[in-house]
Every structure is written in structure tokens, then in C-alpha cells.
Design a protein around this ligand. Structure first.
Ligand SMILES: Nc1ncnc2c1ncn2[C@@H]1O[C@H](COP(=O)(O)OP(=O)(O)OP(=O)(O)O)[C@@H](O)[C@H]1O
Ligand SMILES: Cc1cn([C@H]2C[C@H](O)[C@@H](COP(=O)(O)O)O2)c(=O)[nH]c1=O
Length: 213
């Protein structure tokens, strides 16, 4: 009998350590004999990566409209679900994604100001009830994240160039999601040294694995 695949997402603002800890979660689950597919949003397939490039591009000549941004996010997600996420779950593999729909509520909803009801409508239409089983929300003060991003260097994408309280609104958006769905979304204090962050994640994964068995 094929085991049921599980869907885990990592969420949080810019530079909180999602990619770093996604590798940790993948290796942790591998070490327990679980077959894992890792992916990311926006992106995750060649077509969805082209949509990602559109979303992240800095085009000062023609700034992207907020509603167009939202629809592009869901267009990429529909394709990603059809080509990668659903097939992997159907094969009994676990999927770990660097960001998913909580990011849409935080960025397009809380930060850009699109009504959550509109996002929820698209969520239902595109995902047809499919949602993460567990979300690790890596949370830390926005000033820490911006210091980490500065030390990483490189050119900033369209989101990373946002100013004012944009990232504070993103953080509030994630907090609101976590309050609405405390059984699924677990806050992890991402301002701690990496070893402690990963001890907290491992503890949470252990609890979750035993409750799923
Ligand atoms: N707990 C930690 N303490 C200190 N530095 C960390 C910690 N976690 C990650 N970092 C460092 O912070 C930087 C950003 O980490 P990472 O790229 O994993 O974040 P991210 O959330 O995936 O970023 P992005 O939003 O840009 O995709 C990297 O240089 C990483 O090594
Ligand atoms: C899934 C998703 C993502 N975004 C934004 C958030 C980030 O700024 C970029 C992705 O870059 P990163 O390397 O993962 O930091 O996309 C968004 O606005 N809405 C979404 O649903």
C-alpha cells in the first residue's frame, strides 16, 4: 500500500532562513526514510519559474498591477500543483515547499491590500481543498531580516526593493494567518542561532511525525 504523502511549507519574510531550513527539513525527513520532493513558489516548474521571473523583475517602465500580480501568483500555483505537487503526493512522496498560499495572504493581501476574501476565492478555485499539512513560519523582526539580506549582497528583486512598512505588514499578515490556523501553522523564532532554530524545527517535526503515524 502506498503511504500518504504529506505537504509541508516554510513561510516567512525575506531572508528569515527559509531556504537554509528547507534543506534541513529535507535531510531530517530523508534520515527517517521518507521520500521527499523539494520545491518553491513562485516557481517549481520551468513554466512557473518563467512566471516567477516576471513577478520578481524590476521593470520601472511598466510597474506590475497588484491584481495582475495576484493572478500571476495563482497561475504559477495552478501549474505547479498540476505538474509537481499533486503527482508527488499521489505517489506517496512528501512535498516541502519554500512558500505557498500563506505568502499570498501576507504579500498580496496584508502588504498590498487585496481583500483576503478575494484571495480565499482564488485559493478555493485553484487548490480545490488542497492545503499544507504543516507550515513552519519562520518569524523574526524585520530589521534583523534586512540586516541578513544586506550581508548577503547581490541585486534586490522587485519585492526586496519594497520600502516603508511593507515588510511589517507582511509579518502581520503571517501572524494573522497563524492565529487563524494554529493547528497547522507553527511559529519558529528565526532570530535565534541556526542550531537552535533547527533544534526547534526537529522537535516540531518529531511531534508531527508521531501524530501522523
Ligand atoms: N538562524 C540564522 N542565524 C544567522 N544567519 C542565518 C540564520 N538562518 C539563515 N541565516 C543566513 O541568512 C541568510 C538568508 O538565509 P536564507 O537564504 O535561507 O533565507 P530565505 O528566507 O530563504 O531568503 P529569501 O527570502 O531571500 O529566499 C543566509 O546568508 C543564511 O546563511
Ligand atoms: C509564494 C509567493 C511569493 N511572493 C513573493 C515573496 C518573495 O518576495 C518572492 C519570492 O522570493 P523568495 O526567494 O522566496 O524570497 O515572491 C508573493 O508575493 N506571493 C506569493 O504567493
Amino acid at each position: 500500500m502506498t503511504q500518504q504523502g504529506r505537504f509541508i511549507t516554510l513561510e516567512g519574510g525575506e531572508g528569515v532562513g527559509k531556504s537554509t531550513n528547507l534543506s534541513f527539513v529535507r535531510d531530517y525527513l530523508h534520515s527517517r526514510g521518507i521520500r521527499v520532493v523539494t520545491t518553491r513558489e513562485p516557481g517549481g516548474t520551468p513554466v512557473a519559474e518563467r512566471i516567477r521571473a516576471l513577478l520578481l523583475a524590476n521593470d520601472e517602465q511598466e510597474p506590475l498591477d497588484d491584481l495582475a500580480e495576484l493572478l500571476l501568483v495563482f497561475a504559477g500555483r495552478a501549474h505547479h500543483l498540476a505538474r509537481v505537487i499533486r503527482p508527488a503526493l499521489d505517489r506517496g512522496e512528501w512535498v516541502i515547499s519554500d512558500r505557498f498560499t500563506d505568502a499570498t495572504f501576507a504579500y498580496q493581501g496584508s502588504a498590498r491590500g487585496i481583500a483576503p476574501e478575494r484571495i480565499a476565492m482564488l485559493e478555493q478555485f485553484v487548490q480545490q481543498g488542497l492545503a499544507p499539512d504543516l507550515t513552519l513560519w519562520l518569524d523574526m523582526p524585520t530589521s534583523y531580516a534586512s540586516a541578513r539580506l544586506s550581508s548577503r549582497g547581490g541585486e534586490r528583486d522587485r519585492f526586496e526593493r519594497e520600502r516603508g512598512d511593507f515588510f511589517e505588514r507582511v509579518r502581520q499578515g503571517y501572524r494573522a494567518r497563524a492565529e487563524q490556523d494554529p493547528g497547522r501553522i507553527v511559529a519558529v523564532d528565526a532570530a535565534q542561532p541556526l542550531e537552535q532554530v533547527q533544534r526547534d524545527i526537529a522537535l516540531r517535526l518529531d511531534q508531527q511525525l508521531s501524530s501522523w503515524n
